[in-house]
Design a protein around this ligand. Structure first.
Ligand code: BGC
Length: 745
């Protein structure tokens, strides 16, 4: 029987109660309980046929047991599907997504997603709550760690690569899972960087910056979407029919499954959208097919389906028949998703439990860690020669747990090889390790960081004693490596920060180490782009290593000793000062341009020094030197239907291999509205052997200069301005060469 026919047959035979049960999405929680103990809510629900899917099972055995229980409780034998937060790897934890984005390597991102999918399917999982596609230009927001960075083009390519990696040839492909694009939409742009807060922005910004990664994920075939907690322009996403049913399904042709976020339907009440029945009617009407955790669909839909909803309180009248039609619509989508996964044919499909080799995952994780770290500064210190006496100082010198980063729910700290051991294994020489500074020095903050785990350990001695010990260790060494940064709980969900800088005790440690005059490498392990302040000038070399996953420290060791070449490029701008957020390289031009030197009546900050170290979007150093030739256009004027080739010679003039990311930006100085001073329109990664020269070609089309004009979401018009535009090519968003092109029409 075809998938459609199987779904039709089930729909025809199901009762209203059974259909509502399919819309209920529950956490595995305490799992199943049998025997003398009181049954869990989950087991009661399964017995009553009131669960459509479960997320967060931690083993194949429990998934199997739950599937068996669900089948026994379902009159028509409808199976569950199983989901999990597989955000940057499953058992093998890869670098944070923001770190992977800094690799700019789509094959790598696809490979990490495919590996995570294979590990997930081996545990009976069918869907992952990834990729997370929230563009963020506000480092205060803790979930910047989970996302693709600040740029829509880079994020869109990541969306396609990750979706492809998770899903392979499509749903039902062995060892692959369904992707779930999240969080739809603009979750990364909350007011003041506070997690869960609402978003107000011009429709043009939503359409041009925040929606494209979702469009790219859908284009790549993503099978599901999760909506965001926030409101966009006053309408919460869990009730946002214009964006979900309108843009996502109507404009993009998405025909998959839409799930709520955790209790997101219930939260419509706190958003001020009415009592529970109204919230449920709104969410269902908006196209939210499954209700995660809150059970409001389960509780409210039976009455709504018989009584309907009066317009009195809701501004949304619904007859009982209309409610039943919406229940049918959502239930059909859930069943279609299960059919596409092959579960209607075989509920135990893929539960053979064959996981990919751990060694393969580790090797990939190590490569990913090396490619994700960004070398920001190198005054001739790196790569280090083995044999030098190293003092490795700081709270992350021998750390395991924080290396996993946020949202590593299936990772194990024991799998991390910490930096001191990674260095010893690589060089055969153990560094002198010294704690140096506590991660934070405010006890209340430490308690908050620890409320989700116990990763922030501290040394109870006075700071002066810690610093004295660190300085003594530094003075006895040839080279000093400071391992500093954020705890994993510093970034992630519900972990927004007011001031995005290195915690104060670690800043004092770096200053003390710099004071010794010993060559100093600072390695930053963090979940967000931090303003590095003085540390950027005090260090001789600076490596931004993020939270790099199970093999993060090994990747760092490879880089600092030259066993791997640094090739990471920032996927987000690093603020020069914690107060200059939100920020992006792609800001619209003003009449008094920024950035530049501060001058009276120019855009900028009075109290920011002109020489504050800036690390722009796209920036990153390697160990070799790559020379850029002059960009040449095959023609300087073209019609809109023509493709213009931009040619550029690049040459590796150093004596080490290089992986160069050549970036192409556009500007539109003669437009009908203010446009970004730079906007990434293409990039290419080119491997260059020492001494090798290559020609890079970009195909430039008029489409790349289109932008939306949208008085409302429904009246968007994509426009383009004939006349002169700028093409800026270079190794990052700042250090570019420009050529002008004229569109004749
Ligand atoms: C997060 C989602 C996650 C879900 C399920 C929510 O709190 O916002 O990203 O997928 O929980 O764990």
């Amino acid at each position: 029987m075809g998938q459609g026919a199987a779904v039709d047959r089930l729909m025809a035979g199901m009762t209203l109660k059974e259909k509502i049960g399919q819309l209920n999405l529950l956490p595995a929680g305490q799992g199943l309980v049998t025997g003398a103990q009181a049954p869990t809510t989950l087991s009661q629900r399964l017995d009553a046929g009131q669960v459509g899917a479960i997320f967060g099972t931690k083993s194949l055995a429990s998934a199997r047991a739950m599937q068996e229980r669900a089948l026994a409780g379902s009159r028509l034998g409808i199976p569950l599907f199983f989901a999990e937060d597989v955000i940057h790897g499953h058992r093998t934890v890869f670098p944070l997504n923001i770190a992977l984005a800094c690799s700019w390597d789509m094959a790598l991102i696809e490979a990490t997603s495919a590996h995570a999918a294979a590990e997930a399917t081996a545990e009976g999982l069918h869907q992952v709550y990834a990729p997370m596609l929230d563009i963020s230009r506000d480092p205060r927001w803790g979930r910047v760690a989970e996302g693709p960075g600040e740029d829509p083009l880079l994020a869109s390519r990541i969306a396609a690569a990750a979706t492809q990696g998770f899903q392979g040839a499509g749903l039902g492909t062995p060892e692959r899972v369904a992707a779930c694009l999240k969080h739809f939409v603009a979750y990364g742009a909350p007011q003041s960087g506070r997690d869960y807060d609402n978003v107000s922005m011009a429709w043009e910004d939503l359409i041009e910056t925040y929606l494209p990664p979702f469009a790219a994920g859908i284009e790549a075939g993503a099978a599901s979407v999760m909506v965001a907690f926030n409101a966009v322009n006053r309408l919460p996403m869990h009730a946002n029919a214009p964006l979900v049913e309108g843009w996502l399904r109507g404009c993009q042709g998405f025909d998959g499954l839409v799930v709520s976020d955790y209790t997101g339907v219930k939260e419509l009440v706190a958003h001020g959208l009415g009592p529970a029945p109204v919230a449920v009617a709104r969410a269902l009407h908006a196209g939210i097919d499954m209700d995660m955790v809150g059970e409001d669909y389960l509780n409210e839909l039976p009455a709504l389906a018989t009584e309907g909803l009066a317009a009195r309180t809701a501004g949304l009248a619904m007859s009982p028949a209309a409610v039943r039609r919406l229940i049918d619509r959502a239930c059909r989508r859930v069943l279609t998703f299960k059919a596409r996964l092959g579960l209607l044919d075989d509920p135990f499909r893929g539960m053979a439990g064959k996981a990919p080799a751990r060694a393969e995952g580790r090797a990939l994780a190590r490569k990913a860690a090396a490619q994700s770290a960004v070398l920001l500064k190198n005054d001739g210190l790196l790569p280090l020669a083995p044999g030098s006496r190293m003092a490795l100082i700081g709270p992350f010198a021998a750390d395991r747990a924080n290396m996993l980063g946020t949202w590593a729910v299936s990772g194990r700290a024991e799998d991390v090889v910490p930096l001191d051991r990674a260095i010893a294994a690589l060089t055969g020489q153990a560094p002198t390790v010294c704690w140096g500074a506590n991660i934070v020095d405010e006890p209340w903050l430490e308690a908050r960081l620890n409320c989700h785990g116990t990763t922030v350990t501290r040394d109870p001695r006075e700071e002066s004693a810690l610093l004295a010990e660190a300085v003594a260790a530094a003075l006895a060494a040839d080279v000093v490596v400071a391992a500093v940064g954020e705890a994993k709980e510093h970034a992630g969900e519900s972990s927004s920060r007011l001031a995005v800088d290195l915690p104060a005790p670690q800043r004092r440690l770096i200053a003390a180490l710099a004071g010794t005059g010993k060559p100093l490498l600072v390695v930053v392990f963090a979940g967000r782009p931090l303003a590095l302040g003085e540390a950027a000038t005090q260090a001789d070399a600076l490596l931004y290593a993020w939270h790099g996953g199970v093999a993060g420290p090994e990747g760092v060791a490879d880089l600092i000793f030259g066993a791997a070449e640094p090739s990471g490029r920032l996927a987000v701008t690093l603020p020069a000062h914690p107060g200059e957020v939100p920020l992006t390289y792609a800001c619209d031009t003003t009449g008094r341009p920024w950035p530049g030197r501060f001058g009276k009546f120019l855009t900028g900050w009075l109290d920011m020094p002109d020489d504050a170290p800036r690390f722009p979007f796209g920036f990153g150093l390697g160990y070799s030197a790559v020379r850029y030739g002059r960009p040449i256009l095959c023609r300087h004027a073209a019609h809109a239907d023509e493709t213009v080739t931009l040619l550029l010679g690049i040459e590796n003039t150093g004596n080490r291999p290089a992986l160069e990311t050549v970036q192409l930006y556009a500007s539109d100085p003669v437009a009908r509205v203010t446009r970004p001073g730079r906007k990434l329109i293409d990039f290419q990664q080119v491997a260059l052997a020492p001494g090798e020269a290559r020609e890079v070609r970009f195909a430039v089309t008029a489409d790349q200069f289109r932008y939306p004009m949208a008085p409302t979401l429904e009246t968007v018009e994509w426009v383009r301005d004939p006349g002169m535009v700028g093409l800026h090519v270079g190794p990052n968003s700042r250090d570019t060469q420009e050529v002008a092109l004229t569109w004749l029409d």
